[in-house]
Design a protein around this ligand. Structure first.
Ligand code: PEP
Ligand code: MG
Length: 851
């Protein structure tokens, strides 16, 4: 029997429809609901994964009909189809019939044993009966859009309330530039009254005060006089609020920039030098011209649409997501650079809410039947040209903001149009002739992984965090990097000379000669220290009292391996194999993987080589694996969870690892283990693959060690039980810290919380080490903590058997161990456990290491 799926934003609505339909057919027809989202605060919405599951629950060879309410319900349903295997997809039909009538008609037809096409036809004709009864002529052509409702302006004009007016002079330094304009518009929008503003000095027209673009184009500068009118019930309050805003200079304080910044402990520079402060992400100094990475513009096509309502809804969804994205950038910017500076993003948000822009786009969609992309693009272009035509250099700079927001929405729209989550088509294609410092809003791990350190001497981004995968890769590549910089950095023109200090997180634009000299001296000092550390990097990491700790490398490719060996790595403690899966359109084949594993194993000879199985998800989504959109990707379908659900992909990798293992010391490691069942299931699949190889007479290392990453709090708590299942543990403190501290590892605003030196995390490590040793297995640590220059005494004192870290940090780590005794390290650990914060632990290590 044909199955029916009801998709709605509202769970209650969908359940009601199901109840009605089920009653009609006495429960004979398989009916499933995919409605609402799992967010108690905001439960209205649709989720492609739910739709997929609902389809699966009623699927049969007879087919499935999916009925949806509107907007994103359609997108979710379309996306759900993409998740289905191709052979099943043909049997699932999305039906444009009205939800309630369509579901009932479809259920009745399905219960009567009709085939799928008849069921669809019944659903489509479901309104005919209602229309006939109401005496309305009805055919099945698309509905004509409802006329646009009268604007508040039109409604108010009928009542003609009194208009109030004030005149006021703008005194702040840059006039109504983006940030003050944003505040002005946001204030005006708080009131019911219709507010308009005019630049008297420039004799402009009176424009709407709730439109960021109209206000910005007034070209208001310091000293200009404004006339502000308000018509409506709260006109007086509105004018008073706007007057107060202008008179307080929009809250603009113009402090000496230096006083806002953290004290510079590293280099002494005259305080008069301006610099931008970001979050240090990768150590080192770089001085070079700028290369500003701009995503490739999106090429869009214009076409005629019939279903204008759906088109408008599609745009609304894209705007909503753009809004969320900008809010995230806004909040991270405010913590790093202060609310006043971050308010630039307010202007971006207001652009998305601008009634004038939205009305213009709506008009193109509803009246001219433009597709959403074309309508949006046309309005954005028009606006950008308006800005360009104004003779005001500041306003001309706003073009970049308009284009930026415009492109963000377009990218989202084009993503939805192709029904699947595709990778951003704005991939970096660096054609750098000269070495440069790269500036970007953000870089994905795959973008970063492709950087050539000989060409990209430094990285500056406005988003990101020091333990995001992009930052980890930058450190691995030895590229100095600063994340979370203020957005001004994006205004720097190509080829401008820039200096950056990855240790202090500071950037100087066109640095003065004395800063350049100081930074060069610092770079030289760092290089000398590094060379000294390198001289002992090939000896084992041995304390003064002869306690040894193994030091291995974290790698992401073949190319890292030789570099790691050259820096004193005693083997590989973590191969992040997910990098083999990036930058492609299909997963790597068994042969391709085997070739990589074999090449690395050959370089390592019989040194340990820990291969971590695919750890996708989190901040490493892989477009072709069709990941559904996740609200919390780090808490979602990641690592082993994904692999256990995709045994085909998992087995291919296991086969390749096993085949490469003979004659080497390869160990296998499963990521993101949170339960005993997961490791048992992973081992069972491994056994199955081993049995198949044995049967086929293919040799492999039958004694290969099997371990897990301990990176979830549950794995720590269950460490005794998990230890009984495996040969080793490796602590993943990057993830463990984010889960223990409940703070996203990529979120700059909570970056201080995700510090693995926090006593809460250190206690988790201690607990894991004790459980492992009690069970007689060895335990290592492969999180970024190991590369923290202060962490060496802690890791030693905690009793870890080995650490695995970014190759560049190996010489320094070994050098630090050589200066310690075990007793000293244990004393530091004992006190560290009793501290209140990571900052206290750092302070303690600094103090005690000197004794
Ligand atoms: C970790 O979580 O500490 C780890 C090493 O794994 P990744 O950073 O790749 O998630
Ligand atoms: Mg991890």
């Amino acid at each position: 029997m044909v199955g029916i799926v009801i998709v709605s934003h509202s769970k209650k609505l969908a359940e009601g429809v199901r109840e009605l339909a089920a009653q009609m057919v006495q429960g004979k027809v398989p009916l499933a609901v995919a409605a609402g989202i799992d967010d108690p605060e905001n439960p209205l919405g649709t989720d492609a994964m739910q739709v997929y599951e609902a389809i699966a629950s009623v699927y049969s060879d007879e087919g499935v009909i999916v009925l949806m309410d509107l907007g994103s319900a359609l997108m979710s349903a379309e996306m759900a189809l993409e998740f289905l295997p191709e052979e099943l997809r043909d049997k699932v039909h999305l039906c444009e019939a009205p939800l309630v009538e369509g579901a009932i008609a479809a259920a009745v037809a399905a219960a009567a044993g009709s085939h799928i096409q008849q069921v669809m036809a019944e659903a489509r004709g479901a309104l005919v009966a209602k229309a006939t009864q109401l005496g309305v002529a009805y055919n099945l052509t698309p509905l004509v859009p409802a006329p646009l409702s009268a604007s508040p302006e039109e409604v108010r004009s009928l009542e003609e309330p009194e208009t109030k007016k004030i005149h006021i002079t703008v005194r702040n330094k840059l006039g109504l530039h983006a940030r003050p304009a944003a505040k002005f518009v946001a204030t005006a929008a708080r009131f019911q009254s219709q507010i308009k503003v005019q630049n008297i000095t420039k004799s402009t027209e009176l424009v709407r005060a709730d439109s960021i673009n109209q206000v910005s184009t007034l070209g208001v500068r310091q000293g200009h006089e404004l006339a502000i009118t308000a018509t409506g019930s709260d006109a007086d309050e509105a004018l008073a609020a706007l007057q107060a805003l202008v008179e307080t200079n929009f809250g603009e304080v113009l402090p000496d920039v230096e006083t806002q910044r953290r004290p510079d402990t590293q280099i002494h520079i005259p305080s008069s030098h301006h610099f931008l402060q970001g979050i240090p992400a990768s150590n080192g100094v770089a001085i070079a011209p700028v290369f500003l990475y701009r995503p490739t513009p999106i090429d869009i096509q214009q076409y005629h649409v019939d279903d204008v309502e759906a088109e408008w809804q599609r745009l609304q969804v894209a705007i909503q997501i753009a809004h969320e994205e900008i809010e995230a950038v806004f909040s991270q910017a405010s913590i790093q650079i202060g609310d006043a500076e971050a308010a630039i993003f307010d202007a971006h948000l207001l652009f998305l809410e601008d009634p004038v822009v939205l009305e213009a786009v709506q008009q193109r969609i509803f009246e001219q039947h433009y597709n959403a992309e074309a309508a949006w693009q046309a309005v954005v272009d028009e606006l950008a040209n308006n800005y360009r035509s104004i003779e005001d250099s500041y306003l001309q700079e706003r073009v970049a903001d308009v284009v930026d927001v415009g492109q963000r929405v377009l990218r989202l729209l084009t993503r939805f149009q192709s029904h699947i989550r595709i990778s951003d088509d704005s991939h970096i294609n660096f054609n750098l002739c000269e070495p440069a410092i790269l500036i970007a809003t953000d870089l994905s791990p795959s973008d970063t992984a492709r950087l050539d350190p000989a060409k990209v001497l430094g990285i500056c981004t406005t988003s990101g965090s020091p333990i995001s995968h992009s930052a980890i890769i930058a450190r691995r590549l030895g590229i100095p990097a600063i994340v979370g910089l203020p957005p001004e950095i994006l205004q720097v023109a190509d080829n401008t000379r820039l200096a950056l200090d990855g240790e202090s997180g500071r950037v100087w634009i066109e640095p003065e000669p004395d800063i350049q000299t100081a930074l060069e001296a610092k770079r030289n000092a760092q290089q000398v220290a590094y060379q000294q550390a390198l001289a002992t990097a090939f000896s084992p990491a041995m304390t003064r009292d002869q306690k040894q700790i193994g030091v291995f490398a974290n790698i992401g490719s073949i190319f890292d391996t030789q570099a790691a060996l050259n820096l004193g790595a005693e083997g590989v403690g973590l191969f992040r194999t997910e990098f083999l899966y990036l930058e492609r359109t299909t997963p790597p084949t068994e042969e391709e993987q085997l070739a990589v594993y074999q090449s690395i194993a050959q370089l390592l000879d019989t040194r340990p080589f820990i291969i971590r199985t695919l750890d996708v998800g989190g901040d490493k989504p892989i477009p072709y694996l069709n990941f559904p959109h996740e609200t919390n990707p780090f808490l979602g379908w990641r690592g082993i969870r994904f692999c256990l659900d995709h045994p085909d992909i998992f087995k291919t990798q296991l086969r390749a690892i096993l085949k490469a293992s003979l004659g080497h010391q390869i160990k296998i490691m499963f990521p993101m283990i949170a339960t005993v069942q997961e490791i048992q299931a992973a081992k069972a699949i491994l056994k199955e693959v081993q049995a198949q190889l044995s049967q086929a007479g293919i040799p492999f290392d039958e004694n290969m060690e099997v371990g897990i990453m301990v990176e979830t709090p549950s794995a720590v708590v269950l460490a005794d039980k998990l230890a009984a299942e495996v040969d080793f543990f490796s602590l993943g403190t990057n993830d463990l810290s984010q889960y223990v501290m409940a703070a996203d590892r990529t979120h700059p605003r909570v970056a201080a919380l995700v510090d693995a030196l926090h006593p809460a995390v250190l206690r988790m490590i201690q607990q894991t080490v004790q459980a492992a040793h009690q069970a007689g297995i060895w335990v290592g640590l492969c999180g970024e903590l190991a590369a923290d220059p202060l962490a060496a005494p802690i890791l030693l004192g905690l009793g870890l058997d080995e650490v695995s870290l970014n190759p560049q940090a190996i010489p320094g780590f070994k050098q630090a161990i050589a200066q310690l005794t075990m007793a000293q390290a244990q004393t530091i650990v004992a006190s560290a456990m009793d501290q209140d914060s990571a900052a206290d632990v750092r302070e303690l290590i600094r103090k005690l290491s000197q004794h």
